[in-house]
Design a protein around this ligand. Structure first.
Ligand SMILES: Cc1ncc(COP(=O)(O)O)c(C=O)c1O
Length: 398
């Protein structure tokens, strides 16, 4: 089936966060919402059909996942990455954020420390502090329009914190984001190996948020952290989901893969009685997505590539003052507005009031986010064109 992603669909009045809350968030009705990470494309038809079929059976009581969604995850890991996982390793949760919360709580006691790599997905910060832990920043380095991990700084964080009187080694984990939101980096095998070696040598665990792992631009390849070696597999918690890939966030299902039985047990204890399982429609959608969604996904990825190419060309030709960090994965583009010399509040007002576009503020992503904005380009090309046009006019008038 050929999908038409050029069609601008009306998502207003559907309790859609991206569109229905845009006025509240940006203070202006006419803003084009290009913020929260979901797609303005209707989902794959096989998912719709599978949900319809289940809705027709009017019993929606307590539900367990059964074997089918587990098998779908096992097959997907093998098919996509050649990563052979045991069905027992798969834990379903209603989202990656609650899973990250449980992961942190299962690995730490209040007062412990967790490493984050800002600028990074902003809910990571309250996940750490809300668990009574401290954030240790291992800030990414930007050079030649590309972000890299700072391994010297990472090593030093362990040394410094180990050296604190009475503290022992209080760094219990790093939350890795791969592909990285918002900077769009897809970490290479070598980078992941280096990170893993440092973290594991220091007795910590890698919590690897790989929710964007199937959203890759041409020629890019994702490596699940745990698939690198048996040692890595035993020292990590991998968070994946069909929600970003297939635009199913409202159905609230994620597949968390925890090969180490002790870590899995601790994770399950931390969530027990607090976090429910996903709802029954989540399981149906996950299975349909992983088993029958690839025709749609191929077309979406091609479309996103087209949007990215259009955007890169547009900035190169017409909005030269704004630097674009070209993403390797995700559909999020990290834009450097520092050349305009605006403070963060003034930049926000400039974009909403002068340009009429709603982007995510860089400051929310922590250290290194000042002067930046994140733009979601998973929308019909005509809408993206309109947004870039507005931005060009505003920047030229500035
Ligand atoms: C890196 C990352 N992790 C987690 C999430 C949210 O996950 P969930 O909606 O499953 O809680 C997002 C959503 O944008 C994300 O970008």
């Amino acid at each position: 089936m050929k999908y038409d992603f050029d069609q601008i669909c009306d998502r207003k009045n559907t309790n859609c966060v991206k569109w229905d809350l845009a006025e509240k968030i940006f203070g202006r009705q006419e803003v084009i919402p290009m913020w929260i990470a979901d797609m303005d494309f209707p989902v794959a038809q096989p998912i719709v059909e599978a949900l319809k079929q289940r809705v027709e059976h009017p019993f929606y009581g307590y539900t367990h996942p059964g074997q089918k969604p587990v098998e779908a995850v096992v097959e997907r890991m093998w098919g996509k990455y050649g990563w052979k996982i045991d069905p027992e390793w798969v834990v379903f949760t209603p989202g990656v954020i609650p899973a990250l919360n449980s992961a942190v709580r299962s690995l730490t006691h209040p007062g412990d420390q967790i490493i984050l790599q800002p600028p990074v997905y902003h809910p990571f910060f309250p996940i750490v502090t809300g668990s009574g832990c401290q954030i240790v920043n291992n800030t990414l380095k930007l050079s030649n329009d590309e972000y890299n991990m700072d391994f010297d700084d990472l090593e030093s964080k362990f040394t410094v914190h180990r050296g604190l009187p009475g503290s022992g080694n209080r760094i219990k984990a790093v939350i890795l984001c791969n592909p990285h939101n918002p900077v769009g980096r897809l970490w290479t095998l070598q980078e992941l190996e280096k990170l893993g070696e440092i973290i594991i040598r220091n007795g910590a665990i890698v919590i690897s948020d790989e929710i964007h792992c199937e959203l890759l631009f041409k020629g890019r390849k994702h490596t699940p952290f745990a698939a690198i070696s048996k040692e890595f597999e035993q020292n990590c918690i991998v968070c994946m989901a069909p929600s970003k890939t297939f635009s199913l966030a409202g159905l609230e299902i994620s597949n968390i893969i925890i090969p180490n039985p002790k870590l899995r047990e601790a994770f399950n204890n931390a969530r027990s009685g607090i976090m429910p399982g996903p709802n029954l429609f989540g399981y149906i959608a996950l299975e349909a997505a992983y088993r029958q969604g690839d025709e749609w996904l191929e077309q979406v990825l091609e479309y996103l590539q087209g949007n990215l190419d259009y955007l890169l060309d547009y900035f190169r030709q017409k909005i030269r003052r704004i630097r674009v960090i070209e993403p390797q994965g995700t559909y999020l583009v990290w834009l450097d507005f520092r050349a305009l010399g605006l403070g963060d509040q003034a930049l926000k007002s400039f974009l909403t009031e002068k340009a009429g576009i709603g982007l995510d503020e860089g400051t929310r992503f922590g250290e290194g986010g000042n002067g930046f904005m994140r733009m979601n380009i998973a929308c019909p090309l005509p809408l993206l064109k309109e947004a870039l046009n507005r931005l060009e006019t505003a920047v030229n008038d500035f």
